[in-house]
Write a protein that binds this ligand. Structure first.
Ligand code: HSE
Length: 421
């Protein structure tokens, strides 16, 4: 695609993001791009665009030789996959915001790109307005990325902020997130962590060359967090955030998960409130860098789609450098995590699984402990998210395999053994 060529777009979806893009494009005439046709699922709805643009026949877009760019922003991941597959096969460039589709089909999407050579960009699929994918691709184009710690879901961050700072209840906060266009059509995807782990799957591919299924990454959402947990957080001067984390271990493998985490008041992520997202990257020589911006909503997401469309002008493509040019990393479950668990009934907490317990509060109505678990316990068992148990990781939760013995000895010497009964 040469820089002067007109970009003629076939747009799939006219929801929060699609309509946002339509409006944003009207305010960006310098882009030299126009939307020729918009494919929607439900005709007859009142929409803020000329009626003749709309169709329900996807082939009108996919088979139109004049349309050279397909922009896909629908929320049905299987339909989205069919659309983008055909678009690539038909030689069109593709821009997508469908994180679920991409996370579930990334390997196939990569293969298609390899065979056809057409650009396929999806900056809007992770952290909306923050250009994190392009930075991981271009700037961190090396092997020195130690860790990434991020808030990647705007809705859950918005709900936690509204609940714990503005004292709204969960339901009110969720309704507000839906009204503002932050939540997925099925908000369970946000609240239970699916959306965050889908985004994390994409970022792991660009950061570390890890191509894995979201089901293989340990995750949960914010649905088990209790009011009592917020009280403890306050006492300790912590915030509770849904944190996606990836960390290179001494053995060269990568620890990765998406779990609620206590975040210290002076941590960069504590600063991330409402629908904002934030990514803290730690690399070899630069120490920490912090990316911050709106992670959900119509215009912030549309702005990332717009930037991708604009990048098509200069044939920008992801090269997946960590996957193809370096030795890709592997995920591992062989490490330990320091966790806080609050519970109603101790019988649902397997004490024998803990390496040691550092804090034990059995008197309060909502009981809790702080202790160290092998990460495998979270990967292989489900007790920690059942029976009203609530797990929140401690700040700096990861403990390396080789440190565990020394730390355990020290901790037992200091604290003695707790009486569980
Ligand atoms: N539901 C998503 C979120 C939208 O809240 O982050 C942006 O991807």
């Amino acid at each position: 695609m040469d820089a002067h060529k007109q970009l003629t777009i076939g747009l799939f979806g006219f929801g929060v993001v699609g309509e946002g893009l339509y409006k944003v494009m009207h305010q960006t005439p310098s882009l030299n791009a126009s939307i020729k046709r918009i494919c929607i699922k439900h005709p007859g709805k009142k929409r803020n665009a000329p009626e003749e643009l709309f169709t329900t026949d996807k082939d009108e877009l996919l088979n139109d030789p004049e349309i050279n760019v397909i922009v896909e922003v629908i929320d049905d991941s299987e339909a989205a996959f069919q659309i983008v597959s055909k678009a690539i096969r038909n030689g069109k460039a593709v821009v997508s915001a469908s994180k679920k589709m991409l996370a579930e089909h990334l390997a196939e999407v990569l293969e298609m790109q390899q065979t056809t050579g057409e650009p396929f960009l999806y900056e809007a699929a992770a952290c909306a307005s923050i250009p994190v994918i392009r930075n991981l691709e271009e700037y961190y184009d090396n092997d020195l990325l130690h860790s990434m710690k991020a808030i990647v879901n705007g809705s859950t961050n918005f709900i936690l902020t509204k609940m714990f700072e503005d004292k709204l209840d969960f339901k009110q906060a969720l309704i507000l997130a839906q009204q503002l266009g932050f939540a997925e059509s099925n908000p369970k995807l946000d609240v239970e962590g699916y959306d965050a782990v889908n985004k994390w799957t994409l970022l792991l591919a660009h950061a570390y060359g890890i191509l894995d299924n979201p089901n293989n990454i340990v995750f949960t959402g914010i649905h088990n967090i209790q009011a009592g947990d917020a009280v403890v957080a306050k006492e300790k001067n912590y915030h509770i955030k849904l944190v996606a984390q990836a960390q290179k271990l001494l053995n060269g493998k990568v620890a990765a998960f998406v779990l609620p985490q206590f975040v210290k008041n002076d941590d960069h992520l504590a600063f991330v409130r409402n629908e904002y997202n934030g990514v803290v990257i730690e690399s070899g020589f630069a120490d920490k860098q912090f990316f911050y911006g709106k992670g959900a909503g119509s215009f912030p997401t549309a702005s990332a789609v717009l930037s991708d469309i604009s990048a098509l002008r200069y044939q920008y493509r992801y090269e997946y450098k960590k996957l193809y040019h370096h030795h890709p990393h592997e995920l591992t479950h062989d490490f330990f995590v320091k966790v806080y668990i609050s519970f109603d009934d101790l019988k649902y907490v397997p004490k024998e699984s803990f390496e040691w317990v550092e804090e034990w509060h059995a008197m309060e109505e909502r009981k809790y402990l702080v202790g160290v678990l092998p990460f495998r316990e979270l990967a292989e068992k489900t007790w920690w998210r059942e029976n009203n148990n609530s797990l929140i990781l401690s700040p700096e939760p990861v403990i390396e395999d080789i440190e565990i013995r020394k730390l355990k000895k020290k901790s037992l010497e200091l604290a003695g053994l707790f009486d569980w009964n």
